[in-house]
Design a protein around this ligand. Structure first.
Ligand code: HEC
Length: 157
């Protein structure tokens, strides 16, 4: 390859990569589904100014964390974001067998996948859940959860 051809080939690769990154900004359906919120256990609340977050998961997940065991596949963790007393959005994490294989290592959060649902249960098409994963990666040693210790300390009634 002469130098000119190589330069063009490189430019092509770079623009291809940019195109790919551009596409990634679109929302993607993930495997994470909207849970039945009423069936989950509300284990902690986080207040942030106008925002009240009810954080919930299954009883089995809380029991696993208390025993020091991995959270079982099929678990949902929900953050219900309330503003002015109404649900503003649902942030959902769900874990499934080998779900991590859907992503490269740069993005993978073990077998957890993420989604942002609107109050009507549809997904937010403006969000890219890679952003969720990037932030939650800092909790890799605690099941990718920020409120892992609240789960561990939660006392059932
Ligand atoms: C900039 C960092 C950041 C980003 C981006 C982020 N989160 Fe979180 N997430 C947090 C923090 C911090 C908490 C703990 C609650 C709090 O402090 O508000 C949390 C809590 C949660 C929880 C409750 C379980 C837990 O980890 O404690 C869920 C579920 C969740 N986030 C889902 C999502 C989803 C879905 C997205 C993307 C749409 C997302 N998060 C993006 C930082 C982030």
């Amino acid at each position: 390859m002469n130098r000119m051809v190589r330069a063009f080939a490189t430019a092509g690769l770079v623009s291809g990569a940019l195109f790919f990154v551009g596409m990634q900004v679109q929302a993607e359906p993930t495997r994470a589904t909207m849970p039945d919120i009423a069936k989950l256990v509300h284990y902690t609340t986080v207040e942030r100014g106008e925002v009240t977050e009810h954080i919930m998961t299954t009883r089995a997940a809380i029991e696993a964390v208390k025993r020091g065991e991995p959270i079982p596949n099929g678990t949902h963790v929900a953050l219900v974001d309330y503003r002015d007393g109404k649900v503003f959005r649902y942030f959902i994490m769900e874990k499934g067998e080998r779900w991590g294989q859907d992503y490269g290592e740069d993005r993978r959060t073990a077998d957890w996948q993420f989604q942002w649902f609107k109050p009507d249960g549809t997904i937010n098409m403006d969000e890219n859940t890679a952003r969720c994963q990037r932030c939650h990666t800092s909790r890799a040693d605690r099941e990718f959860l920020y409120t892992f210790n609240d789960m561990r300390r939660f006392e059932f009634e």
